[in-house]
Ligand binder design. Structure first.
Ligand SMILES: *[C@@H]1O[C@H](CO)[C@@H](O)[C@H](O)[C@H]1NC(C)=O
Ligand SMILES: *[C@@H]1O[C@H](CO)[C@@H](O)[C@H](O)[C@H]1NC(C)=O
Ligand SMILES: *[C@@H]1O[C@H](CO)[C@@H](O)[C@H](O)[C@H]1NC(C)=O
Length: 203
């Protein structure tokens, strides 16, 4: 009896896991000829990115400066394509952005289990990565709830970050998108194509 119960318990736990994980476990990378969808897929599956700013700090003033930021384009399974940030003016790169908001954000499936499972080196074009350039802008009041839901659902620790740092929500105003997901060179998609694309592939 006990043994049966344990097996049943295990099976229901597995089912629960499958159901809870459904939006992601059903998601597979879109085909490489559907570049805008690949870009959205990468943007949604990465929890962070490397953000390059033009430094406003000596001794590298005016030079590129790359730093890590936690990002989210929506709660898991609810991709919007809009990359949200939670920032504070005391942060070194945010100080750069106050001088020049133009920046470049890189995200790669090397940050997910995908490339490891496929045995793709991070520099391989098959290990899909995207480079978004544009400007960082503060999120308007009416969009704050959306930004908060996107970020806090995927970075719960953010809710506990020190309030005296005056955190604010921001997003990337994307002007250019580059995608490396296959051989034959880097590809571009327009922000319009990117926002319209559906990142998910149900199987
Ligand atoms: C991508 O290729 C698949 C076949 O491999 C085809 O069915 C699909 O229509 C193509 N998509 C585009 C946007 O060309
Ligand atoms: C930021 O980038 C835009 C678009 O490329 C450009 O027009 C603008 O001059 C840049 N701003 C600064 C401060 O460099
Ligand atoms: C987004 O960036 C583009 C190009 O730099 C600029 O024309 C546009 O005004 C920006 N949008 C907002 C809402 O700041």
């Amino acid at each position: 009896m006990r043994c049966g119960e344990a097996v049943f318990g295990g099976v229901s736990a597995l089912l629960l896991l499958l159901l809870v994980g459904a939006p992601l476990s059903l998601a597979h990378i879109p085909p490489h000829n559907e570049t805008a969808r690949v870009a959205r897929y990468v943007a949604h599956h990465c929890d962070w990115g490397a953000l390059a700013t033009l430094s406003s700090h000596e001794p590298v003033r005016g030079q590129p400066f790359a730093n890590v930021f936690s990002v989210s384009d929506g709660p898991r399974g609810q991709s919007s394509g809009v990359i949200y940030f939670y920032l504070t003016a005391i942060e070194i790169s945010v100080q750069d952005l106050q001088v020049n908001a133009n920046c470049s954000l890189t995200m790669s499936l090397a940050q997910t289990p995908y490339c490891r499972e496929k045995r793709y080196d991070p520099q391989s074009p098959l290990c899909a990565h995207i480079i978004l350039s544009g400007g960082i802008q503060k999120v308007e009041d009416k969009e704050t709830d959306t930004a908060k839901k996107a970020l806090f659902s995927r970075h719960p620790e953010m809710a506990t970050w020190p309030p005296d740092h005056n955190w604010f929500f921001a997003k990337l105003n994307i002007t250019n998108i580059w995608v490396l997901d296959y051989f034959g060179g880097i590809k571009t998609v327009t922000p319009d194509e990117y926002y319209k694309a559906k990142p998910y592939v149900a199987v």
